[in-house]
Design a binder for this molecule. Structure first.
Ligand SMILES: [Zn+2]
Length: 186
């Protein structure tokens, strides 16, 4: 799917108050929040929160998956996904890694967070992607075929940026590589 698709954000679909049904006032002008002039219902169109993990093999390589579905199907990505309500970032990261590649993480450390724009099904979702890096506690991979078409270990310095699914992932990898230093891991 091309990013040129006429994508729609949820904020553009709020023509009526979802609590009392009043028509949206034409005065608000700005993007957010939605605030109903009749009943006061307020809805904030905050970014969704997603996590991704730079999984390390200890020899300078990290685990890339090929995305099995849109958006960015066929592109390389780190394992990750949207956080569920009530989860910590680390819990979401561990769950996504377990679900997508069947692995358990041994340790998990924060890299940083970058905004992303996620195109799916004709809609656009603004996302804040939180990145971690981690080692593995287990080694037997089991890929979720709905999400992941393949997985490969690569030196992140050797992967072409245009092969990476999202700009946020490119930024996170660049930060990770810069922080790790040019010599790779011990
Ligand atoms: Zn209302």
């Amino acid at each position: 799917m091309s990013e040129a698709t006429a994508d729609i954000r949820a904020k553009d679909l709020f023509h009526f108050c979802t609590r009392c049904g009043a028509a949206r006032a034409a005065t608000a002008g700005g993007a957010h929040p939605f605030r109903c002039a009749s009943c006061g219902f307020t809805y904030y169109f905050n970014p969704a929160c997603a996590v991704a993990v730079i999984i390390e093999d200890g020899n300078g390589r990290v685990l890339f998956i090929r995305r099995g579905r849109e958006p960015a199907r066929g592109k390389l990505a780190m394992v990750g996904g949207f956080a569920d309500p009530g989860e910590t970032g680390e819990e979401a990261a561990r769950r996504e890694v377990r679900e997508e590649v069947g692995l358990e993480l041994a340790g998990i450390e924060y890299v940083g967070a970058w905004p992303n724009v996620y195109h799916a099904g004709g809609f656009v979702v603004d996302v804040l992607d939180i990145f971690y890096h981690a080692r593995l506690a287990t080694t037997a991979m089991s890929l979720d075929p709905a999400e992941v078409s393949s997985a490969e270990w690569q030196d992140p310095r050797s992967v072409a940026p245009e092969e990476i699914a999202f700009p946020s992932m490119r930024a996170a990898l660049a930060e990770y590589v810069a922080r790790r230093g040019g010599a790779g891991e011990e």
